[in-house]
Design a protein around this ligand. Structure first.
Ligand code: FE2
Length: 219
């Protein structure tokens, strides 16, 4: 990604780095907590951002104290710990922190609707029609078993739909994420209980941020 989404706070005291967790900044939401209503309630957004996302960052800060990961970016930690069993907890919290920051930017008030023309052309080249891409992304989000994520990603000239379980992220597959849909229950359960399909339809029809996907497109 062009711009790191997070950074660890810095301090001049080496001793402090070893003894106390450095807080990671919780990136602010790019809109008000009420902005995604009625699809996603302010209560869900507030808990999801202020409790869950903050929780991943707070746990990460504690886990990296005194390790070589302490001053790395989230992306650096993700790449350094992916697939390393001994560092699974660090990976999970770093990846969840990154995924959530990306997720909020994948949504927008008054989203959905028409795709920017260059993105539409890529979608048609990869999926046949825009509708086919939306159907595939929706089905992936609804069908992912348990907790995880549905993604629109770019691999060279092609766009793909993929899912990741738990904290998985396309960054470790060397794929360029364009959009993320969180399908952990905490993303929708307060609003639609177990009806994940209702949440996904609301997201795709009214919130998905095609402009953000377009902005993420590489050459
Ligand atoms: Fe989440």
């Amino acid at each position: 990604m062009a711009t790191p989404l997070h950074s660890a706070s810095t301090t001049d005291s080496t001793e402090a780095k070893v003894l106390a967790p450095l807080p990671y900044e919780l990136p602010p939401l790019p809109y008000a907590e009420t902005a995604l209503e009625p699809v996603i309630s302010a209560r869900t957004v507030g808990l999801h951002h202020g409790t869950h996302q903050r929780g991943y960052l707070d746990k990460l800060a504690k886990l990296v104290v005194g390790t070589r990961f302490a001053n790395m970016s989230l992306e650096g930690i993700i790449h350094a710990t992916s697939g390393v069993a001994a560092h699974a907890a660090i990976f999970n919290n770093a990846a969840q922190a990154w995924n959530h920051a990306f997720y909020w930017r994948s949504l927008a008030p008054n989203g959905g609707g028409r795709l920017p023309a260059p993105l539409a052309a890529r979608a048609e080249a990869s999926f046949g029609t825009i509708e086919a891409m939306i159907a595939k992304l929706s089905a992936a989000a609804v069908g992912e078993f348990g907790s995880g994520w549905a993604w629109l990603v770019q691999d060279g000239a092609n766009l793909h739909v993929m899912t990741t379980a738990n904290a998985g992220t396309p960054l470790t597959e060397r794929l360029r994420p364009l959009l993320a849909i969180d399908v952990w229950e905490h993303a929708y359960y307060l609003d639609v209980e177990s009806r994940r399909a209702d949440y996904v339809k609301g997201v795709m029809d009214r919130l998905i941020n095609w402009q953000f996907a377009y902005d993420n497109l590489g050459a």
